[in-house]
Design a protein around this ligand. Structure first.
Ligand code: FAD
Length: 291
């Protein structure tokens, strides 16, 4: 099913779609291990599952379409295949579109991908598709339902939030029909961003992405790769359970569940969980949201 239809039906029924993100397992037997992960997620009946795309040709990018296709055909759950434009040319995009069509993909999350080490934002302007928005029209023309990424605290390489929101509006104008946010640990940032997005005329559904954190290293990485602010309650959890990884993991999942509940109560368009392929994380989030 198309994700724009899922959001439209949820809006009409006064509900909020709950979705999961998974990544293609690395190494051997990617598909078999992805099937196990997807099977666990499918038993929780999410509204859709998105599958990340590895930019930079690590070898796993080919698995994205296969896994998204398997999720829809074997588990009857709608899926979204991510696609990054950073390494695409016009020719390879045409090939990707055919590959996605052959795999029966209906929904694509159009992304730029992180720049290769050493490439500046200015140099990125010279590649075939410099920004995610440039990828959207070709995908829409090919018949896909297309989404884009949104940044409640602004993108790491963008100096200010109003500019980030202006760039977001360009994704809607290019034909995107839903947005998924970067993770954040403090809901207040999302509520402020939502006001700016409303004022900028962004009307397509924005589903909020939340990552239940399970270790201090993971939080540290996210702070620097996603430019996510650390609120005092998260710092206190990290300090309190510094020498107790199991309790830290439980507290991190619990924190995310409270975040999701608060967002749901504030009437967000949808809730998307960065599961890191972990069944217990997905189950805890679903239990907090659906009981
Ligand atoms: P863009 O929207 O193109 O933005 C990139 C930068 O360019 C930003 O600073 C933006 O403000 C700026 N910009 C945009 N438009 C313009 C313009 N017209 N003029 C000047 N500057 C502009 N990465 C992966 O490799 N694989 C994945 O599967 C993946 N999934 C993701 C899923 C979600 C929900 C999110 C939030 C991120 C994901 N990422 C993934 C990471 C993403 O690729 C990076 O955050 C990347 O740096 C930006 O991608 P984007 O699509 O937001 O890019």
């Amino acid at each position: 099913m198309r994700v724009d239809q899922i959001f439209a039906e949820a809006r009409a029924n006064g509900t909020q779609p709950v979705s999961f993100e998974m990544f293609p397992p690395k190494g051997e037997l990617t598909l078999e291990r992805a099937r196990e992960v997807a099977s666990g997620f499918a038993s929780l009946a999410p509204d859709f599952i998105s599958v990340t795309y590895s930019a930079g040709g690590s070898g796993n990018s080919a698995a994205t379409a296969q896994i998204a296709s398997m999720i829809s055909s074997e588990f009857n759950i709608s899926s979204v295949a991510h696609l990054t434009c950073i390494s695409l040319t016009r020719e390879t995009l045409a090939e990707k579109i055919l590959e996605f069509m052959d795999a029966g993909i209906e929904n694509v999350l159009a992304l730029r991908g992180d720049l290769p080490a050493g490439m500046s934002e200015a140099e990125a302007g010279d590649i075939a598709f410099p920004y995610a928005k440039d990828l959207v029209p070709a995908l829409v023309d090919a018949g896909f339902c297309v989404g884009g990424a949104a940044y409640p605290e602004g993108h790491l390489t963008c100096d200010d939030l109003p500019t980030s929101v202006k760039h977001l509006r360009q994704k809607q104008d290019a034909g995107a029909s839903f947005l998924v946010t970067q993770l954040f640990f403090d809901n207040e940032y999302f509520y402020r961003f939502r006001e700016l997005a409303d004022a900028a005329g962004i009307t397509i559904p924005i589903t909020v992405g939340i990552m239940p954190f399970t270790s201090k290293q993971q939080v540290t990485r996210m702070v620097f790769t996603c430019a996510a602010s650390l609120p005092a309650p998260v710092i206190k959890i990290l300090a309190r359970f510094e020498d107790d990884p199991e309790s830290l993991r439980a507290a991190g999942i619990e924190y995310a569940c409270r975040q999701l509940e608060d967002l749901a109560a504030h009437g967000v368009d949808g809730l998307h969980v960065y599961t890191m392929n972990r069944a217990d994380v997905a189950a805890a989030a679903m239990s907090a949201l659906r009981g």
